[in-house]
Design a protein around this ligand. Structure first.
Ligand code: NAP
Ligand code: GDD
Length: 352
């Protein structure tokens, strides 16, 4: 199938207030795009990650427009598509926390799965020429029998979030095939940054290590220390999203570093960075991470264990490397340093 040449530079981002949305908005604005963002209404402002873009005193702020809407409200999706008439649509909005998806499965499926279908259906009718990016996830692989996981690896999600994302992925593929939409899935492995939500494990660790180093927190409680993830830097991953929509034809891509580390190893990197190298003692629920002076800095708490966890996710992004000329630029040690330094600096600002 032939797709029209790309000449438009207007993008709509759902989830613009999230980690990835903020980096993607920066990237698109730097490329000269007009960016429209869909935001949920809240009684307190939720725009902290993009306030620097909204308050910019150059012409960039004129190219960033926000509209209220919600993936659970189809009418608001139609309205923002009608008004913005985007050339590119990035659907990043989701209830994206795996543990929360066990606590609120129906809501998670409604936002993360059916929400994507609502948006795709509106795109098909209102903006069928737009290029559509669906934020899919390595969580669709779940209990994968083979490592590393690539585009052809069967889906076996292990939680309601992964199941909802699998549905969004399948419907994206289906609309591509049935209606000729330029619709792609980015199957992204974990990606982190100083803007990562505080409930995800890397940021929970970097914030706690900084607070412990500053003397305002005593210890950090975690769940499964053995879980291994393929962690990259969010700034690299939004570049891959953009490249997917610049390709000649729509396709799905795994985006990953190809290296996995455990939660325990990430703790070691971050605590060393704040000047508190860890040693470990015990195992299971009794395992503790000790400071050089014997203080128990990291403990295991059953409250943070999931009903079932994904033990290992490891991606093979060779297709993206070949077809999109994409590769990650930040190692895990560099990422840990970036996050630890950011959170240490936040402590010194807070305590000033
Ligand atoms: P995030 O920080 O949790 O951001 C999620 C965004 O979705 C926020 O802007 C949030 O708005 C918005 N949102 C939540 N529910 C919504 C609803 N009902 N209607 C409209 N907007 C809603 O997630 P992220 O880390 O940036 O990830 C971006 C996307 O990639 C998500 O779809 C996530 O599932 C997926 N993904 C992430 C990773 C990763 O490692 N980060 C890996 C693979 C896939 P509020 O600010 O109002 O909460
Ligand atoms: N959140 C959290 N909190 N996770 C913990 C903790 C803790 O205290 N202790 C151990 N973990 C383990 C989890 O059990 C999981 O195995 C691993 O750390 C990573 O957890 P998260 O950082 O919450 O991320 P995730 O892998 O479950 O999901 C993230 O990555 C997916 C891509 O694979 C999210 O960003 C998803 O939205 C994304 O799709």
């Amino acid at each position: 199938m032939q797709f029209p040449p790309r000449n438009g530079r207007r993008a709509l981002i759902t989830g613009i207030t999230g980690q990835d949305g903020s980096y993607l908005a920066e990237l698109l604005l730097s490329k000269g795009y007009e960016v429209w963002g869909l935001v949920r209404h809240s009684s307190s402002s939720g725009t902290a990650r993009i306030d620097h873009l909204l308050q910019a005193d150059d012409e960039r702020d004129l190219r960033l427009r926000l509209r209220y809407g919600d993936l659970t409200d189809g009418a608001s999706l139609w309205a923002v598509l009608e008004e913005s008439r985007p050339d590119e649509i990035y659907n990043l909005a989701a209830q994206s926390h795996v543990q929360v998806s066990f606590e609120m499965p129906a809501y998670t499926v409604d936002v993360t799965g059916t929400g994507a279908v609502r948006l795709l259906d509106a795109v098909r009718k209102v903006a069928p020429a737009a290029r559509y990016y669906q934020a899919t996830t390595s969580e669709v692989f779940g209990r994968a029998a083979l490592n590393p996981q690539r585009e052809s690896t069967p889906f076996q999600p292990r939680n309601p979030y992964g199941a909802a994302k699998a549905m969004a992925c399948y419907v994206t593929q289906n609309f591509r095939e049935a209606y000729g939409l330029f619709a792609v899935n980015g199957i992204l492995f974990n990606h982190e940054s100083p803007r990562r939500g505080e409930g995800f494990v890397t940021r929970k660790i970097s914030l706690a290590a900084a607070r412990i180093a500053a003397g305002v927190q005593r210890r950090l409680s975690l769940g499964n220390l053995d879980a291994r993830r393929d962690w990259g830097f969010a700034g690299d991953y939004v570049e891959a999203m953009w490249r997917m929509l610049q390709a000649d034809a729509p396709d799905d891509y795994v985006i990953a570093t190809g290296v996995a580390h455990s939660v325990r190893q990430f703790c070691e990197l971050v605590f060393a960075e704040v000047g508190l190298p860890l040693t470990w003692r015990g195992n299971g629920l009794s395992e503790v991470g000790l400071a050089a002076d014997g203080r128990e800095l990291v403990t295991v708490d059953a409250d943070f264990l999931r009903p079932c966890d994904v033990d290992l996710l490891l991606g093979d992004a060779s297709k993206a490397r070949r077809a999109l000329d994409w590769q990650p630029t930040v190692t895990l040690a560099e990422l840990a340093r970036m996050m630890a330094r950011h959170d240490l600096k936040m402590q010194s600002v807070d305590n000033a």
